[in-house]
Write a protein that binds this ligand. Structure first.
Ligand code: GUN
Length: 296
């Protein structure tokens, strides 16, 4: 195995330290504490774990955390009223509604009710449009984390061939926009792409965000490529539950130049970028200088 392992856990710790440092200065120099509100509807156990982790890390970097847990049967009107209150609350600089929402709630309607300036997920249609037209926006956390790791590892991405496998609104599409913004030649591939392996073998940068455990094997990887594995899949193997990515790690690492592991790769970067986005949203709201290196 020749590939460099890109340590997302260590990188995320560095990002959090940078955020904490900036937050401390905001408090000292301006008396401002950035605040993040997280809204969870229902009792999905995986979502509850994520939300707890977000709240804990928010407090650890010195920001205020506001958690709103609503019952699964919450009405749309009730949820929209909460979002309106959070939009108007001067202590709240970032709002995140944990997805997926229960099926009786219209996610698009709910997300688009968030003030775009507080939309730290970057899912509001205004932020999607701003990113797509190369304007300043809030950028979705997972693709932002991937971009930070790629820039850190490669320096300039200009002119490189990037293949993103997956076309979701949360990862695939914004990832492609960010890579285009850094002057990559970008292909968005997906599970229906013809001869996906050959398309992927053209990639200097291969981002796997397709949601299929270990689908991307070494045969898909160009020698020396940088492989970013966004997948988090729980599988049963040898009678045990195991966390694997969308990339078959051993065979891909034998060919790649660098690769992110699962766990410990992209995953920890997502919450770190959520904290970075909350800080950025706060600085923008107050007309203060934004943190360097923590935005696209
Ligand atoms: N559920 C899984 N990933 C995400 C995310 O990035 N943001 C939100 N709001 N919900 C999610």
């Amino acid at each position: 195995m020749g590939a460099t392992i890109i340590d997302g856990k260590a990188f995320a710790a560095k990002v959090r330290a940078q955020v904490a440092d900036h937050v401390a200065r905001l408090k000292l120099e301006h008396g401002i504490t950035p605040g993040l509100a997280v809204v969870l509807v229902g009792e999905d156990p995986a979502s509850e774990v994520y939300v707890r982790s977000k709240g804990k890390q928010t407090v650890e970097v010195g920001m205020a955390s506001f958690e709103h847990k609503l019952p699964a049967l919450t009405t749309e009107a009730h949820l929209l009223a909460l979002i309106a209150r959070l939009n108007a609350d001067p202590e709240v600089h970032g709002i995140l509604v944990q997805l997926p929402l229960p099926s009786h709630l219209n996610s698009d309607l709910v997300i688009n009710a968030i003030d775009p300036a507080k939309d730290v997920d970057g899912f509001h249609i205004s932020n999607v449009g701003l990113l797509g037209t190369g304007q300043k926006s809030m950028v979705p956390c997972t693709p932002l984390g991937c971009l930070m790791m790629l820039r850190d590892h490669l320096g300039s991405l200009s002119g490189l061939n990037a293949v993103v496998v997956g076309r979701s609104n949360i990862v695939g599409k914004p990832m492609a926009q960010l890579l285009l913004g850094d002057s990559c030649t970008v292909t968005i591939a997906h599970s229906r792409t013809k001869d996906l392996a050959a398309v992927c073998r053209g990639a200097d940068i291969l981002v796997a965000a397709v949601g299929r455990p270990e689908m991307i094997t070494g045969d898909y990887v160009k020698p020396g490529a940088v492989v970013i594995d966004v997948g988090i899949n729980r599988i049963e193997r040898d009678g045990k539950t195991k966390l694997v990515g969308d990339v078959e790690f051993a065979s891909a690492a034998a060919v790649a130049g660098a690769i992110t592991p699962v766990p410990g790769g992209v995953g920890p970067m997502t919450i770190a970028c959520l904290l970075a986005n909350t800080l950025t949203a706060c600085c923008r709201a107050k007309g203060l200088a934004e943190p360097q290196g923590l935005t696209a």
